[in-house]
Write a protein that binds this ligand. Structure first.
Ligand code: GUN
Length: 300
């Protein structure tokens, strides 16, 4: 079998189109423009790239984009003051504090200082609790993007065996909650899981989010299963020339694609969906803040 390739780039463009349509309607019918604020502390190069990309796409879908760039040695009190001012700003509906933060800052404290209604990352302890109890919440962007792709591919996920590899707060745990919410039988596998290959081989749906390059190979995959690869790992690529690198996922693409029914590539799979879902969450937050109907298909 050769797997169907789930094109995350095209899917993300479609989601951004839906977001842009909804933004246009909000402006026209209600005079409301959704606003997203991104806070970046320090000069981590990867974070700077993400933040630039987020700002560009926010503007492209017609929303207001605000960026706060703070020095790496910003004090916790000063960062908390920035978050407080954004919490109180009626033109801002979504707040994202880019992680990781410099070591002297307490990430949990900072994230939990964001107004949960504006927490478009879904990392605030209130949103984690709401998701865990099946209540309306803000849902973390990467798992939401994975869920959208899975629903699109399968229609219903009810009764499927899903294995999530990785137990992070940002992807693994919320992904498991979302799959449970869609009535999958969910297993979370991780670095200590015994006979992990056998566990994964029982899955109709595999979501790999461990950050280990090409860990999952075709032998781990049940024929016909759907493989969602969240990993983005940069590895040496001497075949491309000295000092060259390439991006790979947590799954060995070629061997998995031979066995799977469907698979997301890296790059061009889950990655583009994360920012699209951030924009979707911002529209959702804006609608909730204004007591307006939420966009359909853009929330969990
Ligand atoms: N750093 C890498 N990915 C993310 C993300 O999704 N949200 C935040 N806040 N920081 C990140």
């Amino acid at each position: 079998m050769t797997a169907t390739v789930i094109d995350g780039k095209a899917f993300a463009a479609k989601v951004r189109g839906q977001v842009a349509d909804h933004v246009a309607r909000l402006k026209e019918a209600h005079g409301v423009t959704p606003g997203l604020a991104v806070v970046l502390v320090g000069e981590d190069p990867a974070s700077q790239v993400y933040v630039r990309s987020k700002g560009k796409m926010t503007v492209e879908v017609g929303m207001k984009s605000v960026e706060h760039k703070l020095d790496a040695d910003t004090s916790e009190a000063d960062l908390l003051a920035v978050v407080k001012s954004l919490n109180e700003d009626p033109e801002i509906h979504g707040i994202l504090v880019q992680l990781p933060l410099p070591g002297h800052l307490n990430e949990d404290l900072v994230i939990n200082s964001i107004d949960p209604a504006k927490d478009v990352d879904g990392f605030h302890i209130s949103n984690v609790g709401l998701l865990g109890t099946g209540q309306k919440s803000m849902v973390p962007c990467t798992p939401l993007g994975c869920l959208m792709m899975l629903r699109d591919h399968h229609g219903s996920l009810s009764g499927l065996n899903a294995v999530v590899i990785g137990r992070s707060n940002i992807v693994g745990k919320p992904m498991a909650q979302l799959l449970l919410g869609d009535s999958c039988t969910v297993t979370i596998a991780h670095s200590r899981t015994k006979d992990i290959q056998d566990v994964v081989r029982a899955a109709d749906v595999v979501v790999a989010a461990v950050g280990r390059p090409e860990m999952v190979t075709g032998e781990w995959i049940k024929p016909g299963a759907t493989v969602i690869d969240v990993g983005i790992n940069r590895i040496d690529a001497p075949e491309k020339g000295e000092g060259k690198t390439r991006l790979v996922g947590d799954c060995h693409y070629d061997s998995c694609a031979e066995v799977a029914g469907a698979i997301t590539p890296v790059p061009g799979g889950v990655g583009p969906m994360t920012i699209a879902c951030l924009l979707a969450n911002t529209v959702t937050a804006c609608c909730r803040a204004n007591g307006l109907a939420e966009p359909e298909g853009l929330t969990a």
